[in-house]
Design a protein around this ligand. Structure first.
Ligand code: ADP
Ligand code: MG
Length: 704
């Protein structure tokens, strides 16, 4: 990772701009910059994103007569191309390849756009299974255009690296460029990770890894190279997260609470239900943090309906027992109100009354609450962003709870905790977004995590059905029957982008149509994201109070809303939703004792398979995993607002072991040496500085 002066090429360093590399001029340098390659080092780290195992190429004549199902690799000239439709509506790109021994047809079902990439005359390498499709067809899993009409077939017996390229710079050119420079650059590379870490992970040293990644003799070689870079990437990220956690917990002293068994014991005695064992376990973890002198910085993760609120309430009471205040912040007024109601109900037997601080209160009301908070007359407050306004002061805030934490920015979350300038209050974040364990390490490595992995008993099951247009009348009959029985329903319309006027009109029109034609005499309401917050809240309140019986919603904006009386949800065009958001939607029903029904009404031609998988499970974690395989892991991690995270080499599917190890090593390293000041770790910190925008700042020793 560190540069050293090379004996062979004086003056060349890893920091040397790409422009001065062999075979690169001004124009190529611009193209390379588009790929994120600005220096010699970047070129080395621009490793192939896949490889073609062309170590054994089969003559086309023999491939054609091969067994169906068997994998073959062929190299040939494209003699014709075309796109053909199939009965199922899938379009197939096809081309015919020729070599000295014969002709073979290749087909890519569902990928008609390949027509733009594979043209007549091209020299193509294709690798995949032979299938039956109007005769035998090779259906490539991997393929690469090796050259054009003027090019000769390559020498056989090689693994072909495939680089991410860009318009104006082909894979082939990029491969040549690496070829020219690799020999002089590799001697400049020095190992930067401590040997113990590499040994624990069983990964190769950096120079060897780069060599193998760019020029593997086999696919196994390439994987050895990639794994090393993946480990390095994961361990650097985990160090950043572990450091962030350390700063959050240690940069200010926490408050050491005592469990007085006063309010908490009384709450437990008056609770209308028994806590689930998962709730008890999470609570133990939280209380252990609260009673330690180090600040709590914890995420309580639990599927929709798992009962996070009451767990948070216990933690709030621990703070109150210790003469501190506790605040709970929710992303919307309606959610804050819902929490305030719940708390009011549960705390009534204890003679405690939480305050509600939201934007719609009058100036005088807000001022009065602010006064009580500042004087310490109010121990418990629930609110929205109104809580983090500048003029809000606490006498002594001991615990900040943040519900639906992903709806807040990092800065906003920090603001609440900053309301105690003297001591470091504990922070408890709540999330209903289930997140697979490995991914949690990568995304929330800066937090400690408690998992509520059990739903309270006695919940009505949610049955999920997929229905076509022909059943529409019956579906509406069913909704009418449920409403007649006193229950309520959601009709969800997809508006993926709330600025899409067309979609909004569709939802609004749908609401009018349903009210007039389908459910005459039944109160129908409409909410969507473009409605001003106050209007939205009015509608949601009326739905909660059962004045509105059927709610048409674009996406039910109010994640977390709890209307146990709602037992039916119709989702129009469910195929337009991701599975995880769909699960959040479905979580709005099945919250009472009555059986609930989620009815998916896909549009014409929608792929039903993923919906069937969704319908078959109610396990949020399982769905999160399905969702991930659909969308890919990288995107999900990258989407985390706070995260500088974008994984280039690691893959959560494959590298779970490396991730867990990196997580452990990083936490140990930060515990031993919080600023990573040891000389052996200097190259590691330097690399963090290169990769993370504010990486060096993060590791600057803080005084005190
Ligand atoms: P979420 O985790 O989605 O925020 P809530 O905290 O809103 O869930 O709880 C959902 C519902 O379950 C609430 O009505 C709550 O009172 C109820 N609940 C919570 N814990 C239990 C329990 N242990 N047994 C029965 N009902 C519970
Ligand atoms: Mg909730």
């Amino acid at each position: 990772m560190r540069s050293a002066s090379s004996r062979t090429e004086p003056g060349l360093r890893l920091e040397t701009p790409a422009q001065f590399l062999k075979g690169v001029g001004g124009r190529r340098a611009e193209l390379l910059a588009r790929l994120g390659v600005g220096s010699a080092r970047d070129l080395l780290y621009h490793i192939p994103f896949r490889y073609l195992d062309a170590t054994t190429v089969t003559p086309i004549g023999r491939a054609r007569s091969g067994t169906v199902g068997a994998d073959v690799t062929v190299v040939g000239r494209v003699v014709s191309t075309g796109v053909i439709p199939t009965r199922s509506g899938l379009r197939v790109f096809q081309c015919v390849l020729q070599d000295d021994s014969g002709l073979i047809e290749c087909g890519w079902p569902g990928r008609p756009f390949l027509q733009r990439h594979i043209s007549k005359g091209a020299l193509l390498l294709a690798s995949g299974p032979l299938r039956h499709f109007h005769g035998k067809q090779l259906q490539p899993r991997e393929w690469i255009v090796l050259g054009g009409e003027e090019d000769e077939p390559p020498s056989r017996g090689m693994v072909l690296p495939v680089y991410r390229s860009t318009e104006g710079l082909t894979v082939r050119q990029l491969r040549g460029l690496v070829e020219k420079n690799l020999g002089v650059l590799l001697p400049l590379v020095e190992e930067g990770l401590p040997a113990q870490w590499r040994q624990a992970a069983g990964v190769a040293a950096l120079p060897r890894a780069l060599q193998l990644a760019h020029r593997p003799a086999s696919l196994a070689d390439a994987e050895v190279g990639r794994r090393r870079l993946a480990f390095e990437e994961l361990v650097l990220l985990q160090l950043v997260l572990a450091r962030a956690r350390w700063l959050a917990k240690r940069s200010r002293a926490g408050i050491r609470f005592e469990v007085k068994r006063d309010l908490t014991t009384r709450l437990r005695a008056h609770l209308p239900f028994e806590l689930t064992s998962a709730q008890k376990r999470c609570l133990r973890e939280i209380v252990a943090d609260q009673t330690s002198p180090v600040r709590m910085h914890r995420l309580l993760s639990g599927d929709v309906g798992s009962g996070k609120t009451v767990v948070a309430l216990f933690a709030m009471l621990v703070a109150v027992e210790n003469d501190c205040q506790a605040a709970m912040m929710a992303p919307t007024e309606i959610l804050a109100e819902q929490h305030a109601e719940t708390l009011t109900r549960l705390l009534a037997p204890l003679g405690l009354l939480p305050e509600l601080l939201v934007g719609r209160l009058s100036g005088a009301e807000k001022a009065a609450i602010r006064e009580r908070l500042a004087a310490g007359a109010t121990p418990l407050v629930v609110g929205t962003h109104a809580l983090i306004q500048e003029d809000v002061e606490f006498k002594r805030l001991g615990l900040a709870v943040i519900d639906e934490q992903h709806r807040f920015g990092v800065a906003q979350r920090a603001l609440l905790a900053q309301k105690n300038a003297v001591e470091g209050p504990d922070v408890l974040l709540l999330t209903a977004t289930p997140i697979p364990r490995t991914l949690a390490l990568a995304t929330y490595g800066d937090l400690d995590i408690s998992r509520l992995d059990e739903l309270p008993p006695g919940r009505g099951r949610v049955r999920t059905a997929i229905r076509g247009e022909r059943s529409r009348a019956r579906v509406y009959d069913f909704v009418r029957a449920e409403v007649a029985a006193g229950r309520q329903a959601y009709v969800v319309y997809p508006v993926i982008d709330e600025s899409e006027k067309l979609d909004l009109r569709a939802a609004a029109k749908m609401a009018v149509f349903l009210a007039k034609e389908i459910f005459p005499g039944i109160a129908v309401g409409l909410v969507h994201g473009r409605l001003p917050a106050e209007e939205r809240d009015v509608v949601m309140r009326r739905f909660r109070s059962n004045a509105i019986r059927v709610l048409v919603a674009t996406t039910v904006i109010e994640v977390g809303i709890d209307v146990p009386n709602a037992t039916v949800m119709i989702v129009e065009h469910p195929e337009r939703f991701g599975l995880a958001p769909l699960h959040q939607l479905r979580g709005r029903i099945g919250r009472g004792a009555a059986a609930s029904h989620c009815i998916l009404m896909p549009g014409e031609g929608a792929s039903l398979e993923r919906l069937r998988r969704f319908a078959a499970t109610q396990d949020g974690l399982r769905i999160a995993e399905l969702d991930l395989t659909e969308r890919g892991y990288g995107e999900l991690v990258g989407a985390k607002q706070a995260g500088p995270v974008e994984l280039r080499y690691a893959d959560f599917g494959r590298d779970g072991d490396l991730l867990a190890l990196a997580h452990r090593l990083a936490r140990e390293a930060i515990a031993d040496d919080p600023h990573l000041g040891a000389p052996a770790l200097r190259p590691v910190v330097a690399e963090i500085g290169r990769r993370f925008e504010r990486g060096l700042e993060l590791f600057r020793a803080i005084p005190g």
